[in-house]
Write a protein that binds this ligand. Structure first.
Ligand code: 5GP
Ligand code: MG
Ligand code: MG
Length: 182
């Protein structure tokens, strides 16, 4: 599939699976069952694969919510100016909420999202991200759960796209430069 487009496999399907289980254990330990379900907020579309695997790996009941946002900027970097394309279906006031992200690069999108969700008065608000790039340290966003720290390269797969392609790959890889230039 996608023959020749992937330059290298950065994280294998097995490594992803092991990390998802590890993150789920950490989160489950921090949110023991208390009669009120944890709310996972997945950020469309990139976090979909991680969200569904993560929710199934968590041994505590969760409710699934999704948000879609668009950040103005170029195709590969964001500006921090964000517009809501799809909002949550439910009120999160008084709830324990965990934002589920695919990747944090500049951190601008997440920084905006944290402020937006915090203003709805959840009981608690944390972030789990599968991937984090080095630039994320420049913006002060508190991220409690991080899967992998990756180098500053453009990656695809496991939900992450280039021009809406490659989301369906079960692993995370880097793109051959010919894909951008052809
Ligand atoms: P930030 O606001 O943190 O710069 O942007 C995060 C968003 O940019 C991610 O949710 C993702 O949509 C996109 N993004 C950042 N780095 C990558 C990358 O390496 N590959 C892909 N496919 N998307 C990325
Ligand atoms: Mg994202
Ligand atoms: Mg994208």
């Amino acid at each position: 599939m996608y023959d020749g487009d992937i330059a290298s496999v950065l994280i294998t399907e097995q490594q992803i699976g092991e990390k998802v289980a590890e993150l789920a254990k950490q989160v489950a330990d921090d949110y023991p069952e208390n009669g009120t379900d944890l709310v996972l907020v997945g950020v469309l579309k990139g976090a979909v694969m991680f969200m569904t695997d993560f929710a199934r790996a968590l041994p505590v009941p969760v409710q699934l919510e999704f948000m879609a946002v668009s950040s103005y900027g170029s195709a590969t970097s964001s500006s921090g100016v964000v517009r809501i394309l799809k909002d949550l279906d439910r009120d999160i006031a008084g709830r324990d909420v965990v934002i589920v992200e695919d990747i944090i690069d500049s951190g601008l999108t997440l920084s905006w999202l944290l402020k937006n969700l915090a203003s709805r008065n959840p009981k608690s608000l944390e972030v789990v991200t599968l991937l984090r790039k080095p630039d994320a340290v420049k913006v002060d966003v508190p991220v409690k759960y991080v899967g992998f720290e990756i180098p500053n390269e453009f990656v695809v797969g496991y939900g992450l796209d280039f021009a809406e392609r490659y989301r369906d790959l079960p692993y995370i890889g880097t793109l051959d430069p010919k894909v951008y230039t052809s």
